[in-house]
Write a protein of this length. Structure first.
Length: 407
């Protein structure tokens, strides 16, 4: 703003109006993303990306990048979201007075880490966010996110224009912190639910109740008839909330997998929820990982019931997507952590292939779960392996048409 203040009145007025316009475009795109209109938000943010990449308005660039990273994650493009958040972190390192934005950055990074099962990295980001958030609350004299409106000093620290907006921001940060903490503590294998940042109070309340039921049942590995009825009823009610489709689909997957894994499983309810989830997910963009998790969960449920031929196609569809995701990861440690979480899925697919007499598919799964290639020796990024020709003259059923070197 100092540079704006030194300009001529007409230029200063243009700069202020331009900043307000940028604010509104980012807010609108964020609202569209959180309301489930992912593609509309993406078009708005992508159209602005070239400008904000070269713009001198650093604060607006940061806000735009955070909104775009959230949108990318909702579209299932976690690798791009992580790269953009790294750029945003560098920009924030050269700014002051944006502590609340730093909290949002760490929360977004933790969400991406959870999508890829990087539990320790997510915990580190959450701890940093909580330390900064606690210092902001202390400065404001606020001991709870739901407390009274902060004092003006805290409003300035948050970069907010009104106390009401600052109070809303405190609540948003606290809600995100609780969601991340719940996911990390339970070490939910499916990561943070997509579409969780909803503006609908009704959806948020139902979602919180469902997550609580799932967490308690997972710890005790038991769920009585009353608890199961409540869980199923709440999931049904969530399906009637406009804009909650993505949140509903992810919770259906988590609930379906939970009902299968109980000490006394409820296979019929589990199958019904997972099939409902697949129907929902088929219409939602950017949900390929959740669709893969639902496929694997349904395959395991059908396998437990002895329906091996029905289960195998679901297992193969699931592991194909889950395995492909590792090629988006640059770091070996990241791929290693991801791979550990996919062992059960591959074990299920291999076991089903063997039970169905498809030893060729079982062999391919074993090979392809461990194989990777590079396009050129000078490029460190991994790529999927093409179809393989074995010594007996047969060709693998898995693999693509590309060309690569083995890593």
């Amino acid at each position: 703003m100092r540079s704006v203040a030194r300009t001529r009145p007409s230029t200063r007025r243009w700069a202020l109006e331009f900043g307000v316009l940028g604010d509104w475009r980012v807010l609108l795109a964020t609202a569209l993303t959180r309301a489930g209109a992912i593609e509309h938000g993406a078009r708005l943010l992508d159209a602005d990306l070239d400008h904000w990449d070269v713009s001198g308005a650093r604060r607006l660039r940061i806000e735009h990048h955070l909104a775009l990273a959230e949108n990318l994650r909702e579209r299932g493009r976690t690798a791009q979201a992580r790269s953009l958040l790294a750029v945003t972190a560098d920009l924030l390192g050269r700014c002051t007075g944006m502590e609340a934005t730093v909290v949002r950055l760490h929360q977004s990074q933790a969400a991406c880490d959870l999508d890829w099962h990087q539990i320790w990295d997510a915990r580190r980001h959450v701890d940093k966010a909580e330390r900064i958030r606690a210092s902001l609350l202390d400065e404001a004299g606020v001991h709870s996110a739901a407390s009274a409106v902060p004092r003006p000093a805290a409003v300035r620290a948050l970069g907010s224009r009104t106390p009401a907006r600052a109070d809303g921001l405190y609540r948003d940060l606290a809600d995100a912190a609780r969601e991340l903490a719940d996911t990390i503590v339970s070490e939910a294998p499916d990561g943070l639910p997509q579409g969780s940042a909803l503006s609908s109070a009704a959806a948020s309340a139902v979602s919180a109740e469902v997550r609580g039921l799932i967490a308690r049942a997972k710890r005790s590995r038991s769920l009585d008839d009353g608890g199961a009825t409540v869980l199923l009823t709440r999931l049904e009610s969530l399906g009637a909330v406009p804009g909650a489709e993505r949140l509903e689909a992810t919770l259906l997957v988590r609930a379906g997998k939970l009902l299968r894994s109980l000490e006394h499983p409820r296979p019929l309810d589990a199958e019904r929820l997972l099939r409902r989830a697949l129907v929902r997910l088929a219409r939602l963009p950017g949900m390929a990982l959740w669709q893969a998790r639902a496929n694997v969960g349904l395959a395991m449920t059908l396998r437990d019931a002895g329906r091996h031929d029905d289960a195998l196609p679901y297992a193969l569809r699931g592991v194909e997507v889950l395995d492909a995701e590792r090629f988006e990861m640059d770091a070996r440690a990241t791929r290693k952590n991801w791979g550990k979480r996919q062992n059960d899925a591959f074990d299920c697919a291999i076991d089903l292939a063997h039970r169905c007499g498809r030893t060729d598919v079982a062999a391919d799964l074993i090979v392809f779960s461990r194989a990777a290639g590079v396009v050129a020796e000078s490029v460190g990024r991994l790529t999927p392996v093409p179809r393989l020709r074995y010594l007996d003259g047969t060709t693998s059923t898995l693999g693509g048409d590309g060309i690569c070197l083995f890593a």
